[in-house]
Design a binder for this molecule. Structure first.
Ligand code: SF4
Length: 689
C-alpha cells in the first residue's frame, strides 16, 4: 500500500484554525442556483420515491422544496429512470418549481449520459462509475494501475463531453464504503483512498477542460468523513483546485442518533469554514432533512455576518478575506488527518489516561429532596427497594454547586461542589471540589484525590495559570462563551501540547436558546411542546458540532453540557450520543441505516424501528439496515451485521462483509438475524425494568 502518494502538511486544510473564515471555492453553476464562491451554503436532499412514479416524485420534490431544499436529487439506476427525469422536470416546471434537479448515478454510465442532457447536475460515484466491485485483483503494478486509469478515462470522457455541451454540473461523490478495487489495493479504505478516488476523476475533468464540479467524501463514520474532507482540501489546494464541497454523513440513522452523527461530521467541517452545500441524511421523510440542515448552517451564516460587521467596524473599506488558496500554518504539531487521543495522566482512576471520556451534568437547580431526580442522569431509583440501578447511560459526575441533597446518592456517582461548600462538608466521601483558577492557586485545602479547576481558554497565557501546581489530582474544566468557542478551546489544547502538559481536561459548553416571543405570553401546551422539541434539536446540533469537533481530534477527557432550559435526560442522552458518534465511548447499539431512495425495497423507517425495538440493548454492536443490495453492502462500511433488501419481500443478511443468508423472507428475517447474533455469542437478553 502506497500511502505516501498523497502528501500531507499537517494543519493546512482551512483558512484559519483560530478565527471563523469560510474557505472560498470556485463558483459552480447549477441551473439558476449557483454554488460555491460567496453564495450561501446550499441545502439539499434526495427523494425516496420510485423514479418511475412521476407524480409521487414530483409531489415529494415539492414538499422538499417547500421545506427549504435548494436542489433535489433523484436516483437514476437505469436508462428508463434517467429518461423519466424529463417528465418529472416538465411537471415540476409546470407547477412553477424551478429547483435544479440532480441525477444520482451508480454503475451506469449510459444512464448518466442520458440524465446529463436533462437535469442540472449529475452525481457519479468514482468507486463504481466504471468499475464493478470484484475483489479479484488485490495487487496492481504501476503499469496495470495506469492502464486502469486509461480505461476509466475512455468510459468517463463521453459523460464529461455531454456535461460541457449542456452546461450540466457534476458531483464527484466518493463514499467510504464503495471504493474501487484499484483504490483499495493501493490505499485501503482510508481517507487517503477516498481522496485519491475523487482526485483521479477531477484530474480527468481538468484534462478535458471541465470545471463545473462539486466534490464529496462521505462516510457513516464522522471521524473518517472529517479526515477525508480535510485531506481533500489539502490535496486540491496543492494541485491548484478549489471546488465546492458537498458535506454529508451517510447512513446517519434517524431521530436523535441521526441528528447528532450528522452534526458531529458536518458541524466539525463547518466550524473550520469548509462546506458549500449540506445534505443531512436521515432515515425519515426527506422533507424532515432540510430543517435540520438549515439550522445547522444558520449558525455559520450568522457567524460570518458577525465577523463581517466586526471587520467593518475595525477597518472600514478593508477586505480582510484571505485568498482562497492560501492558509495560515497550524500552531500545533497535531495531525488533523489521523485520530490520536491526546495523552493525559489518569487522575486517580477518575478521569483521563485510557479511561473513556466522562460525562458531567449540573443538577444544582433541580429538586435535590427527591432521589428520583437522578433518574434522568441514568440512575433509576426504586422507592420500594430504596436503591438505584444504573442505566446504559449513567453520568459519571453531578455538579451540585452550593446545594446539598437531602438523600444519599449512589456510591458510584461522584459529586462536585463549589470549593467553599466542599471545604465545609463533614463527610467528603465521593465529593470533590470545583475551584476557580484564583481559588486554586491561593493557599487552600485541596482534595488528595480529585480537584477540578474552572478556567477559560485565554487563561493559559495568564500568570495564574503559570503558577498552578501540577499533580495527578488536578483536572481542568475548560469553559468558553465565545461565538467561535470550539476554536478557542482547540487552541487551548494546541498550547497544552506545546507546553507538554498532560493534565486531563473536561470541555464545558453552555447553551441558552431563543425561541421567538409569542404575542400570547408563554403559548399553548402544543406550542410549548414544539418549543421544547426545537430546543432539544438545536442542542443536539450545536453541542455535537462544538464538542464533536474536539473529540474527533482526540481532545477532551470529559464533556459537560449546560442547558438550563432543557430536561436532564435530554442533556444526558445528547452527551452520550456525541461520545458514541465520535466513537469515544460506546453506550448503545449503533444503527447504520440508509436514508432510502428510489431503489429501496422495504419501508426503511418501519423496519429500522422494528429492528431497534429488539436489538437496542446490544451495546456496542453496529447493525447496518440498507434498502438495496446494489449499494447497501458497500455503504454499510464497518457494520458488524447487515440487513439488506435484495428483492421484493426478500432480505439478505450479512456478517461483516459476508452474505450469510441470502434472499430470505422478510417475515422472519429479523428472527434469523437475531439467531446469527446469538450463534456468534454476541447476544444478551434485555433487562426487564
Ligand atoms: S443503500 Fe439505500 S439510499 Fe443507498 S442506493 Fe440503496 S436504497 Fe438507496
Amino acid at each position: 500500500m502506497n500511502t505516501d502518494a498523497v502528501k500531507v502538511l499537517p494543519g493546512r486544510y482551512c483558512n484559519s484554525l483560530t478565527e471563523y473564515s469560510r474557505f472560498v471555492t470556485r463558483e459552480v453553476n447549477i441551473g439558476d442556483v449557483p454554488m460555491g464562491g460567496n453564495n450561501p451554503i446550499r441545502i439539499q436532499s434526495m427523494t425516496t420515491t420510485d423514479t418511475m412514479d412521476t407524480i409521487g416524485t414530483v409531489e415529494q420534490s415539492i414538499r422538499m422544496v417547500d421545506a427549504g431544499c435548494e436542489y433535489v436529487r433523484i436516483t437514476a439506476p437505469s436508462i428508463k429512470e434517467a429518461q423519466n427525469l424529463a417528465e418529472i422536470k416538465k411537471q415540476l416546471r409546470a407547477r412553477g418549481y424551478t429547483v435544479p434537479l440532480v441525477a444520482d448515478i451508480h454503475f451506469t454510465p449510459n444512464a448518466a449520459e442520458v440524465a446529463a442532457r436533462i437535469v442540472e447536475k449529475v452525481r457519479v460515484n468514482p468507486g463504481n462509475y466504471a468499475d464493478k466491485k470484484k475483489f479479484d485483483q488485490i495487487d496492481y503494478t504501476d503499469l496495470e494501475y495506469q492502464g486502469e486509469l486509461e480505461r476509466i478515462f475512455q468510459k468517463f470522457t463521453p459523460l464529461v463531453k455531454v456535461c460541457k455541451e449542456y452546461g450540466t454540473a457534476m458531483r464527484i461523490g466518493t463514499n467510504h464504503g464503495s471504493l474501487s478495487d484499484r483504490i483499495m489495493s493501493r490505499y485501503g479504505d482510508t481517507p487517503q483512498g477516498m481522496v485519491e478516488s475523487a482526485m483521479e476523476f477531477m484530474r480527468m475533468c481538468e484534462q478535458l477542460n471541465f470545471y463545473n464540479l462539486v466534490i464529496s467524501m462521505k462516510s457513516s463514520n464522522p471521524q473518517v468523513m472529517v479526515q477525508a474532507y480535510r485531506l481533500l482540501v489539502e490535496t486540491m489546494v496543492a494541485e491548484g483546485m478549489n471546488y465546492p464541497l458537498h458535506l454529508g454523513v451517510t447512513e446517519a440513522g434517524d431521530g436523535e442518533d441521526g441528528r447528532i452523527k450528522s452534526a458531529v461530521g458536518i458541524g466539525t467541517l463547518l466550524e473550520d469554514g469548509l462546506g458549500d452545500t449540506v445534505r443531512v441524511s436521515l432515515t425519515e421523510e426527506p422533507e424532515a432533512e432540510a430543517p435540520v440542515a438549515i439550522e445547522l448552517v444558520r449558525r455559520y451564516t450568522l457567524r460570518e455576518k458577525a465577523k463581517g460587521e466586526r471587520q467593518k467596524a475595525e477597518a472600514p473599506g478593508e477586505n480582510k478575506n484571505l485568498s482562497p488558496l492560501t492558509f495560515d500554518l497550524s500552531p500545533s504539531k497535531h495531525n488533523p488527518y489521523e485520530y490520536k487521543k491526546r495523552e493525559t495522566y489518569e487522575a486517580n482512576a477518575f478521569i483521563g489516561g485510557h479511561l473513556v471520556p466522562r460525562v458531567v451534568v449540573d443538577l444544582s437547580k433541580k429538586n435535590l429532596k427527591d432521589p428520583a431526580v437522578l433518574n434522568e442522569a441514568g440512575y433509576l431509583y426504586s422507592p420500594l427497594l430504596d436503591k438505584y440501578n444504573m442505566a446504559e447511560q449513567s453520568v459519571d459526575f453531578v455538579y451540585l454547586a452550593d446545594e446539598l441533597p437531602s438523600f444519599t446518592l449512589p456510591g458510584n456517582l461522584k459529586q462536585l461542589y463549589n470549593y467553599n461548600v466542599w471545604q465545609k462538608l463533614a463527610d467528603k466521601t465521593n465529593c470533590h471540589p470545583v475551584f476557580t483558577l484564583q481559588e486554586y492557586i491561593s493557599d487552600v485545602d485541596r482534595s488528595s484525590k480529585l480537584n477540578l479547576v474552572r478556567l477559560k481558554p485565554t487563561d493559559i497565557d495568564s500568570d495564574a495559570f503559570g503558577s498552578i501546581q501540577l499533580d495527578n489530582s488536578l483536572v481542568l474544566v475548560l469553559e468558553t462563551d465565545a461565538l467561535h468557542g470550539m476554536a478557542e478551546q482547540r487552541f487551548f489544547f494546541f498550547k497544552m501540547e506545546e507546553l507538554g502538559l498532560d493534565v486531563p481536561v473536561i470541555v464545558k459548553r453552555s447553551y441558552l436558546f431563543e425561541v421567538e416571543s409569542r404575542e400570547s405570553g408563554v403559548g399553548s401546551q402544543e406550542e410549548q411542546t414544539q418549543d421544547l422539541e426545537l430546543k432539544t434539536q438545536n442542542l443536539q446540533l450545536y453541542a455535537s458540532a462544538d464538542l464533536g469537533a474536539l473529540l474527533v481530534d482526540g481532545f477532551g477527557d470529559g464533556i459537560w453540557i449546560d442547558a438550563p432550559e432543557l430536561p436532564t435526560n435530554v442533556i444526558t442522552s445528547t452527551a452520550f450520543g456525541i461520545l458514541q458518534a465520535t466513537r469515544s465511548r460506546i453506550s448503545k447499539t449503533e444503527y447504520i441505516s440508509c436514508p432510502s431512495c428510489g431503489r429501496t425495497l422495504f419501508d426503511l423507517m418501519v423496519t429500522t424501528q422494528m429492528i431497534r425495538s429488539r436489538t437496542s440493548h446490544l451495546k456496542g454492536l453496529k447493525i447496518g439496515i440498507m434498502g438495496c443490495i446494489v449499494n447497501g453492502p458497500g455503504e454499510m462500511a464497518d457494520a458488524d451485521y447487515g440487513y439488506v433488501g435484495s428483492g421484493t419481500d426478500k432480505i439478505t443478511l450479512y456478517r461483516g462483509k459476508e452474505a450469510v443468508k441470502k434472499n430470505i423472507s422478510s417475515a422472519n428475517a429479523l428472527d434469523e438475524l437475531i439467531n446469527i447474533i446469538k450463534g456468534d455469542g454476541n447476544w444478551i437478553d434485555a433487562v426487564q425494568e
